[in-house]
Design a protein around this ligand. Structure first.
Ligand code: ZN
Ligand code: ZN
Length: 427
């Protein structure tokens, strides 16, 4: 078979009807968890000022350097398809003066995001993410609540073998000390690093820590660790976070290499992974951290905050893998069949009456032969078939056949709903 002329653009995909059950299940769980924890939904535009991400995510990150879809409008605005959600949420917080609301402000979002990535299995250039932002609170319990909310969502979706990886990358006071120590170490080992890392070492040394290259990983195994360079306040913050975590039944481990290389992170960073296949340490299911300086980086005031996001496609593939329980769409218990042109004409208004009464009805309007229509009714497993023949159409009557008892009665069209409800009650 030859390829169709038009296909989805590289790295973009259709979410087909048969896959929607997973996406609906995720929406359902999100609504429940977010409503309990009192998060309010925010939708921000898909396009933002590109500099919003340059300023916040950072100039020397993969996202901004390589992965942003940008465009110039006819009015010469420089816009980007949003690559992530936190910068937009903080932009909205500042723009709409949320600082005057009771703090913290708890926001959640869901929608498409865009990154120009190398095409590879499970990575998309347009993907869906949901996320949370808790803005205006510096208490470490908020960090753990962010972790818990994301963990609970994944757990309620049926995902098992979840593990939280956590680290502290310090704040402006102590991170520069750590960066210096790391750069010193990396310089000595420069020849063992991949060319990407040799470059990153100069512009964004923390990024080197999450290089996937095996040789780099080996070199990094004895690199200095950020937790050893934390100032007293950052140390206390991490200690509190770990103590709150200990109270939860959430498996976690300290991972000194976790940095989540975006410029806006401070102190706590975390990821939630699936340990289902121990050797397959793929992409994290969710990740986040604290970003106490982001508001100021974007020209706002003091607004310490913590948040997290999760990739929907990644979660769906995990749900599929473990055959997570989802609700398949309900099939109609009632089927409507028509015979002859007059009956066909009367069909749509009768179906509409049934819809208004909340009764789901199947049909096969494209087929005129009764046999073909009844074939579909039995494939659907319909309990009741309504048959409108030429004679019934003329007399305002309809045949109601109970498929379980094979009993058939003729009723007035006005009584269809009453009759159908009675039969459905009988079972
Ligand atoms: Zn490397
Ligand atoms: Zn510090």
């Amino acid at each position: 078979m030859s390829k169709p002329k038009f296909q989805t653009p590289t790295g973009m995909h259709d979410i087909l009807p048969q896959d929607q059950v997973y996406y609906e299940k995720i929406q359902e769980v999100l609504k429940k968890v977010f409503s309990f924890y009192d998060f309010e939904k925010i939708d921000t535009p898909i396009l933002e000022d590109a500099n919003l991400f340059v300023r916040s995510v950072g100039e020397n990150t993969d996202i901004v350097e390589k992965e942003m879809f940008t465009l110039r409008t006819k009015g010469k605005d420089f816009l980007a398809l949003r690559p992530e959600g936190t910068a937009s949420a903080m932009r909205a917080y500042i723009e709409h003066g949320f600082v005057s609301l009771p703090q913290p402000v708890r926001l959640w979002y869901y929608g498409p995001f865009f990154r120009y990535e190398r095409p590879q299995a499970g990575r998309y250039r347009q993907f869906n993410q949901f996320g949370i932002e808790i803005i205006g609170e510096k208490d470490p319990i908020i960090d753990v609540q962010s972790i818990l909310v994301m963990y609970s969502i994944l757990h309620d979706l049926g995902l098992k073998n979840l593990m939280v990886k956590i680290n502290s990358i310090g704040d402006d006071d102590c991170r520069s000390l750590y960066r210096k120590a790391l750069v010193k170490y990396l310089r000595e080992k420069k020849s063992t690093l991949c060319s990407d890392c040799q470059r990153r070492m100069k512009v964004n040394p923390l990024r080197v820590l999450d290089c996937k290259n095996e040789k780099c990983q080996e070199t990094l195994s004895s690199a200095p660790q950020s937790v050893d360079y934390l100032c007293d306040e950052c140390k206390k913050h991490l200690k509190d976070v770990l103590e709150y975590l200990d109270e939860l039944k959430v498996p976690y481990c300290l991972d000194s290499r976790l940095v989540r290389g975006l410029d806006y992170y401070t102190r706590t960073v975390f990821e939630i992974i699936s340990t289902r296949e121990s050797e397959n340490m793929g992409d994290a299911l969710a990740g986040g951290g604290r970003y106490d300086n982001l508001s100021k980086m974007l020209g706002g005031g003091e607004a310490p905050a913590c948040g997290a996001a999760a990739g929907v496609e990644r979660i769906v593939s995990e749900m599929r893998e473990i055959k997570a329980k989802v609700n398949f769409p309900s099939v109609p218990e009632i089927f409507f069949a028509q015979i002859g042109p007059l009956a066909k004409k009367k069909s749509l208004p009768i179906l509409e009456d049934l819809r208004k009464a909340g009764i789901k009805v199947g049909e096969a309007f494209g087929k005129d032969a009764l046999k073909a229509q009844l074939g579909k009714a039995s494939r659907l497993g319909a309990k009741v078939v309504l048959i409108l023949g030429q004679r019934e159409a003329l007399n305002n009557m309809i045949l109601v056949r109970n498929m379980q008892t094979a009993k058939q009665v003729e009723v007035s069209q006005e009584d269809i709903i009453k009759e159908v409800k009675n039969i459905l009650k009988e079972k």
